[in-house]
Design a protein around this ligand. Structure first.
Ligand code: AP5
Length: 218
């Protein structure tokens, strides 16, 4: 299975992708996570990317395409993967088509999580992430057992720099102008599935699974 999960910032892509990766045994390719991990390791790529990320801007297309291509190439044509947060521009979507053709692969499904903008703000402002293992929580909707402490590894929880209101606003504007047009790019290919993200975590996941069952996949 080769999945692409898309949707506006805070739609729940990461939360749902984590479960899909576990259940279907997929390689996770999350560009946001890759940039944040590179930053944590003090790598040049991560430090440069963080300059864009903290303001809510997109990282350069060529840099982003290259890191995805390297990951996909390493996995080869039979790989089972889930792309989360990539592509984010039509240029990236075109590059992805070329990469997949190059390695003899194609997408099984494009899952588009649809949410209201009011909910997005609430979700992002309340999001907390573990510094050590990146597990994601929400102060209201998914609180940890002990405030500020990760249930999984006891790591410290923090608020992402790009979850501050000014950055969120910019991310939403960029989503509208650069990322939303990708939905049209995938329409008509028979792989696009719209999922109502304005439900509980469990209901969203169950809708995704139902949609996947209805699509033919390899
Ligand atoms: P990235 O990390 O991909 O961020 P994003 O797309 O903005 O998505 P988020 O991680 O903010 O949200 P999500 O949809 O995963 O939601 P989550 O599950 O966490 O990218 C960050 C940055 O990196 C970008 O802004 C850009 O700068 C750069 N970047 C990344 N990819 C790039 C690319 N391809 N090209 C260029 N630049 C790139 O959920 C959010 C919160 O809501 C959580 O607290 C969660 O607990 C809660 N929640 C989730 N679902 C529900 C639910 N059903 N009900 C109640 N609460 C819920």
């Amino acid at each position: 299975m080769k999945l692409l999960v898309m949707g506006p910032p805070g739609a729940g892509k990461g939360s749902q992708s984590k479960k899909l990766v576990e259940e279907y045994d997929l390689t996770s390719i999350s560009t946001g996570e890759m940039f944040r991990e590179a930053y944590k390791r003090g790598e040049k790529l991560g430090i440069e990317a963080m300059e864009y990320i903290k303001e809510g801007n997109l990282v350069d297309d060529d840099i982003t395409n290259e890191i995805v291509y390297q990951r996909l190439k390493k996995k080869g044509p039979d790989s089972r993967f889930l792309l989360d947060g990539y592509p984010r521009t039509v240029k990236q979507a075109e590059a992805l088509d070329k990469m997949l053709a190059d390695i003899g692969s194609r997408l099984t499904a494009v899952i588009n999580i649809v949410v209201d903008y009011d909910a997005i703000l609430e979700r992002m402002v309340g999001r907390r992430v573990c510094k050590s293992c990146s597990e994601t929580y929400h102060t209201m909707f998914r609180p940890p057992n002990v405030e500020g402490v990760c249930d999984v590894c006891s790591g410290e929880l923090y608020q992402r720099e790009d979850d501050k209101p000014a950055s969120v606003k910019n991310r939403l504007n960029i989503y509208e102008s650069k990322t939303r047009p990708i939905i049209d790019y995938y329409k008509g290919r028979g792989v696009l599935v719209n999922i109502n993200g304005m439900q509980s975590f469990e209901a969203v996941y169950s809708d995704i699974k139902r949609a996947l069952r209805e699509l033919r996949h390899d």
